[in-house]
Design a binder for this molecule. Structure first.
Ligand code: NAD
Length: 258
């Protein structure tokens, strides 16, 4: 099931962190991979470092024209997309009453508009190819729970569950499955940046943020790893039927048991 030979995957936000780990795992499993990121230089570097067939794609997921041209280039150079991982994301830590409308809109644009635009482009290629495929949206434990100071992130990550369910229903007839991966805290640049920010907002030490906020509700006080999420993404990419669609897979060391 983990053999992706002959498949084409496009992963957004793949120049760093979770996206990069997934792109690397997909290439290792035999897929041809488009490493898409707003930071095109780092996307090219990441693609060059992946052992296997990978290309870097410049793509701001909030920009319709860039999404469309990135998918068109992927189809020209690698073939029609079989697997999409809509993963690009950022975090802003702020009390809701201090959050600017501009920051709210930017967060929803990256997480929600990005998921919509890339899913639509992927679905069109999957329907036209007649092969269907797997659409994976990168949610979070925050697709199911809320935390202080993360209003737009929590709202957007909850919203992805709804989007995946609609894609599952509309895509089923064409063999398109859609699921959400919900990671716990993984030590990527996105998380390293928010440890001191949360410490400031909560009046705690950074150690206390890790132990008493980030990992408090896990079963073992452990961070989730890049490999854990890459394994989950490999499983969902390779799963071969509509039996597993419209679901969310919570990969969090037991934080939020469904
Ligand atoms: P990261 O900062 O390491 O990587 C994010 C990547 O997204 C970067 O390469 C960045 O350039 C890219 N990006 C940002 N805005 C973009 C845009 N508009 N268009 C295209 N690319 C853009 O972060 P990460 O921790 O690997 O996060 C990846 C995803 O995983 C995010 O959706 C995040 O919400 C989710 N997630 C992360 C964690 C965690 O603990 N790290 C937990 C749950 C969910």
């Amino acid at each position: 099931m983990n053999d992706l030979t002959g498949k084409v995957a496009l992963v957004t936000g793949a120049a760093s962190g979770i996206g990069r780990a997934i792109a690397t795992a997909y290439a290792k499993a035999g897929a041809r991979v488009a490493v898409a990121d707003i930071d095109h230089q780092r996307a090219d570097e990441a693609a060059a470092e992946i052992h296997g067939h990978a290309i870097g794609i410049a793509m701001d997921v909030t920009d319709e024209a860039q999404v469309e041209s990135g998918f068109a280039r992927t189809e020209r150079e690698l073939g029609a997309v079989d697997i999409l991982v809509s993963n690009a994301g950022v975090q802003i830590i702020s009390p809701l009453v201090e959050l600017s409308f501009a920051d709210w809109k930017r967060m929803l644009a990256i997480h929600m508009d990005g998921a919509f635009l890339t899913s639509r482009a992927a679905m069109r290629q999957m329907i036209a190819s007649g092969r269907g495929g797997s659409i994976i949206l990168m949610g979070s434990a925050h697709s199911h729970v809320a935390s202080k100071f993360k209003a737009p992130y929590v709202a957007a990550k909850h919203g992805l569950l709804g989007l995946a369910r609609v894609i599952a229903k509309e895509g089923a007839a064409s063999g398109i499955r859609s699921n959400v991966i919900c990671p716990g805290f993984v030590r990527t640049p996105l998380v390293e940046k928010q440890i001191p920010e949360q410490a400031r907002e909560l009046g705690m030490s950074e150690d206390e943020v890790i132990r008493n906020v980030m990992l408090r509700d896990t079963v073992d006080g452990e961070f989730t790893t890049l490999e854990d999420i890459a394994d989950a993404a490999l499983f969902l990419a390779g799963f071969g039927s509509n039996a597993l669609t419209g679901q969310s897979l919570v990969v969090t060391h037991g934080w939020h048991m469904q």
